[in-house]
Structures are given as C-alpha cells and as structure tokens.
Ligand binder design. Structure first.
Ligand code: NAP
Length: 305
C-alpha cells in the first residue's frame, strides 16, 4: 500500500502536484490552513487544474492540520516565509522516519526546516515548472519544466520516485540539488529585483546590461566562495539567455509586487547577501540592490523580508 502524500499548501505548485498524483490513483490529502479555507474548498468541489486550455476538477480529499492520521510523507508547497510555521502545525502528526519534500524557491527555509526536524528525511526540490492561481483552488499549469530532487547530503533515491513517474511529474534525482538551488537563486538575484525597480519586463533588462554584468560577477564570486563553483559556470551567459527567451514576461517578483503580495526576497537576494557576509566577501552591487529593493517594498507598504 502506497503512503499518503499529504500536501501542505494547496496553491499554485501544491495544486499542480496534488492533482497529478491524485489522478494517477495515488493517495493524496490536502492540508488547508483554516476551517474557512476548508469550507471554501468544499464549496469549490475540488481543485481545478487548467492544462493547455482544458480544465478539469479533481476531488482531492482535504483536511486541517489537526486531523489525526499520522503523516509519513509531507509535500510542503507554501511560500518560503510560511513553510516552517506551516510544518510546525502538523509536526505532532509526523511519524518517525517521515519524509518532508520542500518545494520552496531560494535558500534558507529548507535549512531551517532540516535543522528543526532532524528526525525527518528532508528532500529539497528545485523546480522549473510554472503554475499560477487564477482563483482559489483554480490553478493553471503555465510552463513545462523539471524538478530536481535531492538531499543536502548524498542520499540514495527513494522508492517513491516511481510514483512521480506514474503521475507524469518530470523529475531527476540528483546529488547536486544544492547546486541547482544556488544556480536558480543566482539567476533570480540577477533578474527579478531589477525588473521590480525598473518596473519592466525581463527583456527590458538588456538596457541595463552593465548592471546585470556587475551583479553576475559578484554572484559568481559568491558561488565560488560558497563551494558552489559549478553553479557559477556560464552564469552571465545563462542570465542573458533567459532574459532574451522570456523577454515578454514579467518576473514572479514583479508580479508579486504588482499584486501587493509579499515577495520571497529574504530567501533570494537576502540569502546571497547573508552568505557573502558569512564568507567575509564584499558584494557592493548585491548589497546596494538589496537596500534599494527593501526601500522600494517599504514604500509600497509591503514586507521588506
Ligand atoms: P502560492 O500559490 O501562494 O501557494 C502557497 C500556498 O500555501 C497557499 O495555498 C497558502 O494558503 C498555503 N499556505 C500558507 N500557509 C499555510 C499553512 N499554515 N497551512 C496550509 N497552507 C498554507 O505559492 P506557489 O506559487 O505555489 O509557491 C510555493 C513555493 O514554490 C514558493 O517558494 C515558490 O517560489 C516555489 N515555486 C513556485 C513556482 C510556481 O510556478 N508557482 C515554480 C517554482 C517554485 P492560502 O491558499 O490559504 O493562501
């Protein structure tokens, strides 16, 4: 009998994972944050997933954190700033040797969680899939991508990877998940804050190429200092390639700010600056950018962390 996938956070990415696992016939339960959200979910009648313009509702069972069934596998799909507190609510239900899969972007939240629940096996996921919520429990699968799963150490692939295969969730097990997370963080630091400050689409950053160049230089030095030299290889070229390939898109941070939502800046640029500080590395471009974006967020009445 397969273990139940408890999915904590039924937003964009949580919904995308939960629906695919559920329709593959695997046991899935959503863990919602409040009785109000549970009532809204019941009214919605399930999770709607839109793929290539076709929408379908999946009646994935849902519950609250204080349900009683023990949790052996927890997929955490909250934002980085919510993840630790959300796990704390279900922590009494985690069984010995439970697994916690962390879908958060950036770095910092995963390490805090792994340190707080050392009895659980924490699997970090770096995802390039794209999904957004057009309404509560109504999710659009917007971009094909991949999921790299791995542990901070050199863990062996778990047997349930076959369930991802069955659910058509694209994945690879890697011993270099930290490198993947650092690389994605660095790319984000070079693109997203600038799109917010210049209020522009990704492609418009070609007009600020010199600043992008200086940021990529500092980020590469930082990655090397953090023993992540592999993640520094060809960084600037990839950043420019992404800027061109996604020229018409607004970055996720830009979209968050436009919609008045909290950003994950502390887990991205904030983490880069903190890591530089710990390494004794001067990063004036990154620090200046962090100060500017924090001031900008304050000015908009948004949290600066
Ligand atoms: P999202 O759409 O905002 O979903 C987050 C969900 O977490 C929301 O449904 C929220 O509940 C729920 N939540 C927060 N606290 C909770 C709690 N205590 N108990 C239960 N649920 C709780 O965010 P997302 O876009 O899926 O992003 C999740 C993470 O994946 C982020 O770190 C993001 O950077 C990363 N990521 C996202 C994508 C993407 O395409 N979306 C791609 C790659 C990586 P409510 O519905 O009640 O607000």
């Amino acid at each position: 009998m397969n273990s139940t996938w408890h999915v904590l956070g039924a937003g964009s990415l949580g919904g995308l994972w939960a629906t695919r696992l559920f329709r593959a016939g695997l046991p899935v339960r959503l863990v919602l944050r409040s009785t109000n959200r549970l009532a809204e979910y019941q009214v919605a009648g399930g999770l709607k997933l839109v793929e290539q313009g076709v929408s379908r509702i999946y009646r994935v069972p849902a519950e609250l954190a204080d349900a009683t069934e023990p949790i052996t596998r927890l997929l955490v799909a909250c934002k980085a700033y919510d993840a630790e507190a959300a796990i704390a609510e279900v922590a009494p239900r985690l069984s010995t040797g439970s697994e916690i899969l962390l879908l958060q972007n950036g770095l910092g939240s995963q390490q805090a969680i792994a340190a707080r629940w050392p009895e659980s096996r924490c699997v970090f996921v770096s995802s390039t899939e794209g999904a957004f919520r057009q309404a509560s429990f109504d999710i659009v699968h917007a971009g094909q991508g991949h999921n790299w799963l791995g542990e901070a150490g050199q863990g062996e692939p778990p047997p349930w990877l076959a369930e991802l295969e069955a659910a058509n969730i694209p994945y690879s097990w890697t011993h270099a998940v930290m490198s993947k997370l650092w690389r994605k963080l660095a790319i984000n630091c070079a693109i997203n804050p600038l799109t917010v400050l210049h209020d522009c689409r990704n492609g418009d950053l070609l007009a600020y190429r010199e600043q992008v160049h200086r940021l990529c230089n500092e980020l590469s030095e930082l990655l090397v200092a953090c023993n992540q030299g592999g993640a520094a290889d060809g960084l600037e070229a990839e950043v420019l390639r992404i800027i061109e390939a996604t020229a018409n898109n607004y970055s996720s941070m830009h979209q968050d700010v436009k919609s008045g939502r909290r950003t994950e800046i502390s887990y991205l640029l904030g983490q880069a600056c903190q890591a530089a500080h710990e390494q004794g590395l001067e990063v004036p471009e990154l620090s200046g950018l962090l100060q500017q974006i924090q001031a900008f967020l304050r000015g908009r009445g948004l949290p600066e962390d």
